[in-house]
Design a protein around this ligand. Structure first.
Ligand code: SDX
Length: 426
């Protein structure tokens, strides 16, 4: 007999099947609950609710485990490249040399952006946040690249266009916001190298690629590449479930990621570290604020819905942060503040009892500062890294024969039936 649970209500027993994942995780399949019992479940924030079955990423929040298609993120960060990890996430396997070369050629062929898009950038107010610009411009891509004939072609070319153009669009946004000449992608430069060159090359000061910077950027984007059903990925799946085009679904993911509780935290961490520094570097007052129930302040870069131990990505990021700053001979005072803050917090009962540890965003901003990325582009960097994850999750939902439009239910608590009262009688 298949594994099941039994719910008993008013003397009636209902059996619900149990699903077991490849790592032993268990779920109660409630897809027949309402039709058999009239009940729905309620789970604000979906902390106890699985939205799908997925083969892409495995996380163990208690043990601090993260694997893409079964491969530990530690190994990918050490030995792989972001482009190879993108291929792994989207195609479900590591590429052969020929497959990776072919992928490189495709990315290169689709790296340019329609020249008419430049005028869009030039007409955003100068103070526009790069995440708002990116979300709008990704959505606008459908206008410049209309639907292709076959679904197969549409998916493959659209995926490649997005993966390649997002770098160009981010760098173009940066250059135009500073009134600088746009730098175009160059064939012969690898994925991360091309982005760095588009961002920092100028006609009077050619950008000199530093191997340590290129490696740190690869690691940064590998660590951000996917994270199962987080807020922005769930947004991409939900918006995509209405069968809208991929550009629009990704635009929704970018918007969701922007929030300071989600991808916007990497920018908020640096702002918090700066505030601590500007306040004389005293950390305890900020720890006390974070613990104060009446104070909305939270320690940015700390805590996680799934990880109840150290985020494995934060460990790796901290290691590469130390390596990069040592190689570039940079002494960033914010790194010292971050390390002192971590040390104090991890000894504090409140953080211990609440299982609050540094997450991916805690050290990532220090790496981006060392590379030269402006703070208001930190979440754009997260979005570029997360794009392959969003795409692979969207593709998996599109390929799922049982996938249907997402439409959660609710429990209504408003007024019961009330008659309309004409305005002259109110
Ligand atoms: C990302 O989901 C993902 O996978 C996301 C992500 C990804 O790769 O996609 O990993 C990327 O978004 C990382 C998280 C970045 N955000 C931050 O660093 C913002 C600060 N962190 C928090 O706001 C919070 O920890 C969340 C949003 C990350 C998680 O919040 P939860 O799971 O909804 O937990 P909660 O808000 O219900 O908090 C539980 C308790 C509360 O205290 P009690 O009322 O139970 O006593 O923990 C406390 C909270 O007050 N708490 C914090 C805290 N985080 C949680 N207290 C102080 N500082 C914090 N950072």
């Amino acid at each position: 007999m298949a594994e099941h649970v039994t719910i008993t209500y008013n003397g009636t027993a209902f059996e619900l099947p149990v699903i077991t994942g490849s790592e032993g995780e268990k779920a109660i399949d409630i897809s027949t609950l309402r039709q058999n019992t009239g009940f729905i479940t309620l789970d604000p924030g979906y902390a106890n609710t699985g939205s799908c079955i997925s083969d892409i990423t495995f996380m163990d929040g208690e043990k601090g485990v993260l694997r893409y298609r079964g491969i530990p993120v530690e190994q990918l960060a050490e030995y792989s490249s972001f482009k190879e990890t993108v291929y792994l996430l989207i195609n479900g396997k590591l590429p052969t040399t020929d497959e990776l070369n072919e992928f490189s050629i495709l990315l290169n062929d689709h790296s340019l952006v329609h020249e008419d898009m430049k005028s869009f950038y030039q007409n955003f107010p100068r103070a526009s946040h790069p995440m708002g610009i990116l979300s709008s411009m990704v959505n606008a891509l459908r206008s410049f690249y209309p639907e292709l004939q076959t679904l197969e072609e549409e998916i493959n070319i659209t995926v490649t266009r997005l993966l390649s153009k997002i770098r160009t669009m981010a760098a173009m946004s940066y250059k135009i916001s500073r009134g600088h000449q746009v730098v175009y992608p160059r064939s012969g430069l690898l994925y991360c190298e091309n982005f760095l060159n588009m961002m920092f090359h100028t006609p009077v000061r050619p950008y000199k690629l530093d191997r340590a910077v290129v490696k740190a950027l690869n690691v940064f984007w590998i660590l951000h590449a996917d994270h199962e059903q987080n807020c922005s990925t769930s947004a991409v799946r939900l918006v995509g479930s209405g069968r809208v085009n991929l550009f629009a679904a990704i635009s929704a993911g970018i918007a969701a990621l922007w929030g300071p509780l989600h991808g916007g935290a990497n920018q908020a961490v640096i702002e918090m570290l700066n505030t601590i520094t500007e306040n004389g570097g005293r950390i305890q007052p900020f720890i006390d604020k974070a613990k104060d129930k009446n104070d909305p302040f939270r320690l940015m870069g700390f805590g996680h819905r799934v990880y109840k131990t150290y985020d494995p990505r934060a460990k790796i990021m901290k290691k590469w942060c130390d390596k990069l700053l040592a190689k570039l001979n940079i002494k960033d005072p914010l790194l010292d503040v971050a390390k002192e803050l971590e040390e104090i917090a991890l000894k504090d009962d409140y953080f211990i009892d609440h299982h609050l540890y540094p997450n991916v965003d805690f050290y990532s901003g220090i790496v981006l500062r060392a590379i030269g990325i402006p703070t208001n582009m930190f979440t754009v960097m997260f979005a570029i890294g997360r794009l392959p994850g969003w795409i692979s999750q969207w593709k998996e939902s599109m390929d799922d024969p049982n996938w249907k439009i997402g439409r959660p239910r609710q429990i209504y608590t408003g007024p019961n039936k009330t008659d309309y009262i004409p305005i002259n009688k109110r």
